[in-house]
Design a binder for this molecule. Sequence first.
Ligand code: IMP
Ligand code: MG
Length: 430
Amino acid sequence: MSATVVVGCQFGDEGKGKVIDFLAANADVVVRFQGGANAGHTVQVGDALYAFHLLPSGVLRKRTMNVIGNGVVVDPAQLLKEIDETRARGHPVTNLRISDRAHIVMPYHKVLDGLEEKLKGGLGAGTTLRGIGPAFEDKVGRFGIRMCDLIDPELLRAKLQAVVPIKQRLIEAYGGHERLDADALFAEHEAYGKRLAPFVIDTSAWLDSALKRRKRLLFEGAQGTHLCIDHGIYPFGTSSDCVAGAAAVGAGIGPQHLTDLIGVAKAFTSRVGAGPFPTELDGPMAEHLRERGGGEYGTTTRRPRRVGWLDLVMLRMAVRVNGLTRLAVTKLDVLGGLDRIRVCVGYRHDGGVLKEFPASMRVLSEAKPVYREFKGWPDLPEPEWIGIAGRGRRALPESTQRYVAFIESQLHVPVRILSVGRSRAATMGR
Ligand code: IMP
Ligand code: MG
């Protein structure tokens, strides 16, 4: 019995949705285990493009079950919207289960997210304003409302009566003017609970029995290692643990099942939000990557992503904290058409060279990348690339192969999946 975990190695937006979709063909169950509607996973099927925030990416596959684990914070209005939209496009979405222990993102969490961001000034992460941080604050502070409360009107009313006045005082203390109405919140959320109740189960017990029936589990990470609340660029990351170990905690299964640990890295680096970014580019080169990337605008917020060269210091840390057993490298096509390509192999700082990613944001902002330069590869339009699916990496230009081999030699982890375009056919792997 084993499970595959897919996590991001960078700042999120590595193309995990595509890799998950590729692997989901061989999975019986896809599980989300952390984060919330701050995530944006893009899946392209034929000409149709789907952007999921809460629905696990296996939801378009009829025979695949999809689980939202206890580690996810669920915005019920957003989830219902995604279910409705996906149904309207011809998918029944009966293949979904939600943990009764998952916490709920409430409207006051979004209000507080905005207020906290403003008050934080230079410490603000540039959040997605989806209420993620305040929802996790409430989970840890034990003010949270869980899925099992949402579907139990009596509990829901009692919790709201206790919590709403506290949140009202907090909003006022933060200088906000929003008025919360506990009765209105109850009415709205009781209705959400009614609609979601058929999906709500003890997903930990369900996954345990799935493992015993030798079902193949695929854990879908959101955000990325360097946004992780423990291992990321604090305080500019997100509020949940984004590393592979979080899959056990956020789904309620034993860690011994997590044996196939895949890290997804795009062939360069991008970032939505604030914080130091050593290999960041500006000017025409940044424009090239952003425009070529097409999707280099946040899936959730549509903000233009900050872009830079690939950073192996970041990836080295991702390999270590996730225990990665294989890598997926995405968006190699975006680098097409450049003469020279650079890769950061260390940071110059204080007269020495750092090989490990620093904890201190002061050190990180002072760090100057040490680059290795590579010959670029030609810019090929996507249709010509599609033929490579199944043919393996020897179908790629030699300079692209050298780039990938260099990544492997530096990280000591095999690159097993490559992606060179948006469509399903543009992903190859073993
Ligand atoms: P939050 O998760 O909305 O609290 O945002 C915290 C930081 O993480 C911000 O800088 C966001 O831009 C970033 N972030 C959160 N989720 C994602 C994601 O799925 N992809 C990329 N960045 C994200
Ligand atoms: Mg994304």
